[in-house]
Design a protein around this ligand. Structure first.
Ligand SMILES: *Cc1c(COP(=O)(O)O)cnc(C)c1O
Length: 498
């Protein structure tokens, strides 16, 4: 075989130590079945603290709101509820996420309600004193109507904006888009109408800030949006409104692949394979958005940037430290000088390194009689570990059941397939290289799946079991665990009082 094209995962200490406890992980899967999700609640608290350290470096106040949609777990939300109320909140995007956050110990004043909302969601958010991150004028009118009809207290609202633009230079030749359009929020160009509506409904709502969430990794784009928000805050104040916070949403990202060179090598090899210069690297030559047009690679690769040295809190730090072309000061300085609070809504990055998904190997066979590649069938399906769905390419870690065997021939390329009777049920469309061929009964650990991968797309098709989720914590040299729903931050997993 050629040099194996590994994409080995970035694994930081607590998760690395958990992976080292293979007998413990095997006993969990033996008891609770495959697939199985394992979470590290202490790691989500550590991540929140890393974001707080960036706030301190820039002397900024405001809250870190966990974007709940990244993971359904109770343990993670309860662990965050135990953090300082002024520092950590939760961003909920549905009625049930709101109910869940409240039941996990978040009081209403620590909750941010985002996304498009129905009447029940709006009522409960208003009732418990949550901040409503307004999607549109329509939603504002609906909220104000509920407040009046049911005699609720005035609701704190943020105006979510999108589609930032600026006047294009001198001469006034139209406007220039600074950020991509979004389905969500009010276009920044229509902000006057939104502010007028806020003033009309001043008996029911109070504008406490401006917000955006841009689904992009582009630092410049986010920096310009932040700058536009600071300018718009001045406009609000000139109108007599008194917003205090800028909420810059989430999207700080995660680095999944440990080694930059492995990532470069793999993406280069993908282009070569698409051109036919090497054997396919994917199931049936899937190109991840690339195609061969007369010997030239066309299209753009639809993949999450696997190796990211600057993700998470580091990305926030970079954003705040950007030079600001228009106002002449970096975003961090601008916020500080204007005494604005900074809110963020990290999802993926707040649960970085907080969990893994385990699957039992059920069957191993060659893809063809003389083939060097194998089909490895797992006790899970593509809904149970939806890394591929998000374009995240990273290798699982093989946890062998026994020791090495004599027929151990070193690295192999395998296709990981799921437990559904569905041609499309591939855990990954990529040929995955493993240090040796797995055997039935081995485990594969998909690392760093807490953000969107472990339960976002999980389903009941074919009545295959949904993964159970457990919370674990290291105690001395051993690991303790409990079911996710039984975890509370005042007891260690396993029931010992902390
Ligand atoms: C999804 C979402 C987030 C979280 O995004 P991440 O990329 O996971 O950090 C934050 N805010 C809003 C409004 C969202 O829709």
């Amino acid at each position: 075989m050629d040099v194996p094209l590994y994409l080995r995962p970035r694994v930081d200490p607590p998760l690395a130590s958990l992976l080292g406890a293979a007998p413990f992980l095997r006993s969990l899967v033996d008891a609770l079945g495959s697939p199985l999700n394992v979470l590290l609640p202490e790691s989500v608290a550590a991540n929140a603290e890393r974001f707080r350290a960036v706030y301190r470096r820039h002397h900024l106040a405001g809250r870190v709101y966990f974007a709940h949609k990244a993971n359904r777990s109770s343990a993670l939300v309860r662990r965050l509820a135990a953090e300082a109320p002024a520092a950590v909140g939760v961003d909920v995007a549905s009625l049930d996420e709101l109910r869940h956050a409240l039941s996990c110990g978040f009081t209403g004043d620590r909750v941010m309600a985002t996304g498009p909302k129905d009447r029940e969601f709006l009522w409960l958010a208003a009732r418990v004193g949550a901040t409503v991150n307004l999607d549109s004028v329509r939603e504002l009118e609906q909220l104000a109507g509920l407040v009046r009809k049911y005699g609720l207290s005035r609701v704190d609202v943020l105006a979510r904006l999108s589609g930032f633009e600026s006047a294009a230079g001198h001469g006034g030749a139209g406007t220039r888009m600074l950020s991509r359009r979004s389905r969500f929020g009010t276009p920044a160009g229509e902000v006057e109408g939104l502010l007028a509506a806020v003033e009309r409904h001043a008996d029911a709502v109070e504008l406490t800030g401006l917000a955006y969430h841009l689904d992009t990794t582009g630092l410049e784009e986010k920096g310009r949006a932040l700058e536009q928000c600071v300018l718009l805050m001045d406009r609000c104040r000139a109108r007599g409104l008194a917003p205090r916070a800028v909420d810059i949403g989430g999207g700080f990202g995660v680095g999944y692949v440990a080694d930059a060179e492995e990532w470069e090598r793999w993406t280069t090899a993908l282009s070569e394979a698409v051109l036919g210069g090497r054997p396919p690297l994917t199931w049936r030559g899937h190109g991840y958005g690339l195609r061969n047009e007369g010997g030239t690679v066309r299209g753009s690769v639809a993949l999450y940037p696997g190796h990211r040295p600057d993700a998470g809190p580091g990305y926030l730090d970079e954003l705040l430290s950007l030079p600001a072309p228009v106002l002449g000061r970096g975003p961090g300085t601008l916020l500080l000088e204007h005494l604005h609070d900074l809110h963020i809504e990290p999802g993926r990055s707040l649960v970085d390194q907080c969990g893994l998904s385990l699957a039992r190997v059920l069957d191993v066979r060659r893809t063809g009689e003389d083939s060097e590649t194998y089909l490895v069938r797992l006790g899970m399906n593509a809904g149970d570990v939806s890394l591929e769905e998000h374009g995240v390419l990273v290798d699982p870690v093989l946890l062998p059941r026994g020791g090495p065997e004599e027929d151990d021939e070193g690295p192999v390329g395998v296709h990981l397939v799921g437990n559904l009777c569905l041609e499309a049920d591939l855990i990954t469309r990529r040929l995955v290289f493993l240090p040796r061929l797995p055997r039935a009964g081995d485990l594969l650990a998909f690392v760093n799946t807490a953000g969107y991968a472990m339960d976002f797309h999980a389903h009941h098709a074919q009545r295959q079991p949904l993964a159970r989720t457990v919370a674990v914590e290291k105690e001395g040299d051993s690991w303790r665990w409990c079911l996710d729903e039984d975890y509370w931050p005042i007891t260690h997993p396993g029931g010992t009082p902390a």
